[in-house]
Design a protein around this ligand. Structure first.
Ligand code: CP
Length: 309
């Protein structure tokens, strides 16, 4: 039997999967969602730690449920209750937790901090969000696109707003799957330039396109998917951001008129209603955000299955 690349491996970024491997993982998530996980227990007798250095609702709960569904035991840890909050290094924490646990899901600050943790740990480590990326969110997002659009090639996804970790991971996923990705952000809030360059190479490899711009109406033109996220991410301060400049990037009914008639609207949540998205759109007929949130669970079941299966 061929060993999957993710078997016993860390999952720190989408960089580690090529387009075919990413597509396989998303298709497996869709299969598991449709067929269920009955009898599939790759985590039997395994203890998985979920270490949160920042707040979380969806990621923490969906991982906890995914681990239980796959036969394992989740152990949730919050930074404030741990010695990392009193100065123990992230590496020493990873080294010690690996002696008790079979895998670790970690939400933290810098990608380098996650990498330090993973280098010291001797069990698989999964990125549950860093300031740079949110690959588990992107897996669920691609699952949602596949469910609603049936394929990836040529699907236009317009992301409007802050060029944050979610935008970075969406660019990586979309350009590896042959999509047309457009990111429209206020000046100075574009996604990470290095990741844009990296995704340029995926465009050449996979026949996708990536446009970085500053015009939300142009970005939304003929879009199959419109995506947004909060303008002030976890750990940022509203007073440090030019929120006035963000206002024209709001996803509202008027903006939606530029997109295709069957456009779907996505948001990774939590949303600030009336800020980056109106309630009318979030609760409207084009919104798929609740399915998208549910898909965190199915995507992570597939991911855990590939790592521990
Ligand atoms: N989308 C997301 O990561 O949600 P949480 O911050 O609630 O985990």
């Amino acid at each position: 039997m061929v060993k999957h690349k993710l078997r016993d491996s860390d999952f720190l970024s989408l960089q580690m999967l090529d387009g075919d491997e990413l597509e396989d993982l998303v298709e497996e998530a869709l299969r598991l969602k449709r067929e269920g996980t009955k009898g599939f227990k790759p985590l039997s007798q395994k203890m998985i730690g979920i270490l949160m250095e920042k707040q979380s609702t969806r990621t923490r709960v969906s991982f906890e449920v995914a681990v239980r569904k796959l036969g394992g035991y989740p152990l949730v840890m919050s930074k404030g209750d741990m010695q990392i909050s009193t100065g123990e290094t992230i590496g020493d924490t990873g080294r010690v937790l690996s002696r008790y646990l079979d895998g670790l899901v970690v939400r933290t600050f810098g990608q380098d901090r996650l990498e330090d943790f993973a280098s010291a740990a001797s069990v698989p480590v999964i990125n549950a969000l860093t300031d740079e990326s949110h690959p588990c969110q992107a897996l669920a997002d691609m699952l949602t696109v596949l469910e609603y659009k049936g394929s990836f090639a040529g699907i236009k996804l317009a992301y409007l707003g802050d060029g944050n970790n979610v935008a970075n991971s969406l660019m990586r996923a979309g350009t590896k799957l042959g999509m047309e990705i457009t990111i429209a952000s206020p000046e100075g809030n574009e996604p990470d330039r290095k990741i844009v360059e990296e995704c340029g190479k995926y465009c050449e490899l996979y026949g996708s396109t990536l446009v970085i711009g500053g015009d939300p109406v142009e970005a939304a033109d003929d879009a199959d998917v419109i995506y947004t996220d909060v303008w002030v991410s976890l750990g940022e301060k509203a007073e440090d951001k030019p929120l006035e400049q963000f206002k024209r990037f709001q996803v509202n009914y008027e903006l939606l008129q530029n997109a295709r008639d069957d456009v779907i609207v996505m948001h990774c949540l939590p949303a600030k209603r009336g800020v980056e998205i109106t309630s009318e759109v979030l609760d409207g007929s084009h919104s798929v955000v609740w399915d998208q949130a549910e898909n965190r669970l199915h995507a992570q079941i597939a991911l855990l299955g590939m790592i521990f299966g």
